[in-house]
Design a protein around this ligand. Sequence first.
Ligand code: ASP
Ligand code: MG
Length: 417
Amino acid sequence: MALYVMKFGGSSVGTVERMKRVAERIVEKKLEGHQCVVVVSAMGDTTDDFIDQAKSINDQLPAREMDMLLSTGEQISVSLLSMAIQKLGHASMSMTGWQAGFRTDATHGKARITDIVPERVQSALQAGNIVIVAGFQGMTEGGEITTLGRGGSDTTAVALAAAIEADVCEIYTDVDGIYSTDPRIVRRARKLKEISYDEMLELANLGAAVLHPRAVEYAKHNKVCLVVRSSFNYNEGTYVKEEAKMEQGVVVSGIAYDKNVARISVLGVADLPGVLARMFGALADEQIDVDIIVQSGVTNGEADFSFTTALHDRDRAVQVLENIRSEVPYREVTSEADLVKISIVGAGMVSHPGVAAQMFRVISETGVSIKMVSTSEIKVSCVVSNAKLNDIIGALHTSYGLDAVEEAFVGGPKDRR
Ligand code: ASP
Ligand code: MG
């Protein structure tokens, strides 16, 4: 007998019919002799619909009231799912996040879990129940309802798995697992058998929306064994764990891309102390996130800088720099869109030289020039023009030996935002 946490995303419980399928799936697990704690998201687009409704009433979206509203989405799911399980003849009990013992800080809309007191979950389990817990929510010490930020149900599941020392935390979603790259771009993307926490963290931060980065961080710190699998079939999923066994010769595990990139270039910046601090300080004051920063060499006392931001920050970033021109003299500021950041991720890079060189060569063979590069221990990212995205990712995928024998299935409902 094992103790399972099973988390089902919004699309997995998007309709009453699907809700019933999920109930059957949980009961199957129980009948195999296991204990089950289930975490669910709000049904389908419920959370988005609530936000739209709220906007039409008060576009300020008062944070406390938003948490009050959004937390009801998950409460609908847990109660209906529990009824579906009882209808199948099994004991079950639904709980809100706070009933399940989730204590958080008071940051409405993106609260952090401070403590979990899972006694109620444990005693309901002992009494033979399947326990169904509402994802994405908790309560402050003062009794205020909070939510954990969009996609927060993954974190609920992982945190609960850690708190009750579950054997496995299964994340059921609308894809079969973690793929080597987006199967809509590369049809021969392969489903990974396993991936390390660090690799998954890079991919999640790069926008692989299958798992929330905070949930992966939580899993890593608490060594929770995670499995990502489909709620629509019985295929084996992808294990996310400490040290993924390296498949022979595979140094790159995944290729991610992000089209939400703008490049800002500041040319002819006076080479004086404190200039960089002032420029990026001004951007930070405006809450503009900067990703890759590149500085060219200094000639005639002047340097050129480029950096990337999210697309929607492009105009604001230019404006900020224009505003401080009298303090930080420069010749010109320009900006550029229609770019993409392509990243290769793999724990094997650490011990294999030449991985980045291979990436640069493959990209150059597609006739595209690389505008910016950044690296970490297990990641190399290149910013290039968006025009040949598919060709580049396809070529990289083949070059790093990632092509699967068969084409991946794409389509079906989406859990990802
Ligand atoms: N329902 C919430 C959202 O859509 C939480 C979740 O699905 O994980 O963000
Ligand atoms: Mg969701």
